[in-house]
Design a protein around this ligand. Structure first.
Ligand code: 5GP
Length: 199
């Protein structure tokens, strides 16, 4: 994979004046970050949401090119060796990655670019973009998180178990992030994110 260059090293001084910023939104599966993200985008269409690439199968209602780009494992591995991802990770048996070029272009256009990604990817972004703002969404409790994952009823028991295990690991890393927001009351959590982004 090609090294991920920090944005500062690939921009001229003038371009830097117009640089946007990377926002990383992370949190355990089922915490509601997807729903928060969709509401945020509705209220702030000026944000650029980076559509990720995944090898997971689409869930009912998910649209290729809008929710994710759904591709095969072999295609993902090919893109990976070609250096097409800004970050990537394996999560619950599937690959996920952020397309590099689209995101870098949007930052150069001065956009606020939002990535909704898991912990390993967030760590990669923090290493290559120290100026990125990282936000971790926490559930009100672990029991509530388990309930939300089960209520979604879209994953197999095995997938649920894997997601719960990973959720525990992710929550332990919440302190690594610049900001932690608890998604108990949805409106409050959304307002908290808006305050952080636009204050
Ligand atoms: P889901 O399968 O529930 O849509 O996503 C599983 C996890 O993968 C979530 O935590 C989600 O934020 C994360 N994810 C989605 N896209 C990406 C990506 O491009 N890179 C990384 N590292 N994680 C992602």
């Amino acid at each position: 994979m090609m090294p991920v260059l920090p944005i500062q090293s690939i921009a001229t001084t003038e371009e830097r004046l117009h640089l946007g910023r990377l926002i990383v939104l992370t949190g355990p599966s089922g915490v509601g970050k997807g729903t928060l993200m969709r509401s945020l985008l509705k209220r702030h269409p000026e944000l650029y949401y980076s559509v990720s690439v995944t090898t997971r199968s689409p869930r009912p209602g998910e649209i290729d090119g809008k929710d994710y780009y759904f591709i095969s494992r072999s295609k993902f591995e090919q893109l990976l060796t070609e250096g097409e991802f800004l970050e990537w990770a394996e999560f619950a048996g599937n690959y996920y990655g952020t397309p590099r070029e689209a995101v870098l272009n949007q930052i150069h256009f001065g956009k606020l670019v939002v990535l909704e990604i898991e912990l390993e990817g967030a760590r990669q972004i923090r290493a290559s973009f120290p100026s990125a703002l990282s936000i971790f969404i926490l559930p009100p409790s672990f029991d509530e998180l388990e309930k939300r994952i089960r209520d979604r009823a879209q994953d197999s028991e095995e997938a649920i178990a894997r997601r719960l295990l990973r959720a525990q690991e992710e929550i332990q890393a919440a302190d690594e992030f610049d900001i932690q927001i608890v998604n108990d009351d949805f409106e409050t959590a959304l307002n908290d994110i808006e305050t952080v982004l636009f204050k």
